[in-house]
Design a protein around this ligand. Sequence first.
Ligand code: NAP
Length: 314
Amino acid sequence: MMEKNAKIYVAGHRGMVGSAIVRELERQGYTNIITRTHKELDLCRQDQVEKFFAEEKPEYVFLAAAKVGGIVANSEALADFMYDNMILEMNVINSAWKNGCKKLEFLGSSCIYPRMAPQPMPESCLLTSELEKTNEAYALAKISGLKYCEFLNKQYGTDYISVMPTNLYGPNDNYHPEHSHVLPALIRRFHEAKESGAKSVTCWGDGSPLREFLYVDDLANLCVFLMNNYSGNETVNAGTGKELTIKELTEMVAKVVGYEGEILWDTSRPNGTPRKLLDVSKAAKLGWTYKTELEDGIRLAYKDFLENPMRAER
Ligand SMILES: NC(=O)c1ccc[n+]([C@@H]2O[C@H](COP(=O)([O-])OP(=O)(O)OC[C@H]3O[C@@H](n4cnc5c(N)ncnc54)[C@H](OP(=O)(O)O)[C@@H]3O)[C@@H](O)[C@H]2O)c1
């Protein structure tokens, strides 16, 4: 259990996940949270990271910093995604360990699982067959981070864990027109269509793929829960265990945003994987479950989008 005054470093605290972890820690009464902006500390620079850890010696680390992007960004910059993420993770995890960090939690992503994984995907399907090519670089970097935690545990007896979330959304999301994930991209498109009075919005594919979404504050709650209640080499999936079609999602976003025009489907565009659902029974057995239903979460995310137009531009 983390003491309420334990020194906790949240890496990536300005990002969607990192900021949610800071909110959750503060909500639970943790008083000694340390952070650094990207400008103050470039986690890809080994010298800077080593100096920071040697000076601060945090007792606990949540590693939520990463070079993150949607499918377009990922597939166009495979080399950059691999290099930045691999270097960043190795720097932070290694420096944490060298400086006596008691427990570290590494944030990955469900894209670490094989392209043809059984659905829903259990933690045990890791490295059982080939990865999806479009985000292979990112996935390999994340698998390396997870494995590095496992190997430190095995070789040096540390207590480093990892968590693999499904698609996330919520406050501080990235709404960039080309570099965002599906749900924030839809929020932005329907908002802009409503503002401009567009008669229709055209979406990619036929709307049939099934996807799962977790509100980021629920993930943050799980992250703190795992830091306090879980030890083990195998990762823990973070999701709702519930799925819906992209068509249903699109209609839900349009409803929340208040867009009343037509939704068209461009079937010449790719659909992506037909189904992507996490098996969340492990987190459930540990005693955790999500709280925010999707429509309520989209409402909260849209409110944040409207209240923070500058951030929505990033
Ligand atoms: N978003 C999702 O749907 C999703 C789903 C599953 C898993 N995850 C995982 O959650 C983690 C965080 O994702 P997120 O959505 O919160 O991403 P995000 O909003 O882009 O936040 C990432 C943060 O990391 C910082 N960062 C990146 N490179 C850095 C560097 N070299 N030095 C210092 N800081 C650096 C970024 O700062 P700058 O912006 O200043 O670069 C940003 O504040 C990732 O591991 C990701 O795989 C996310």
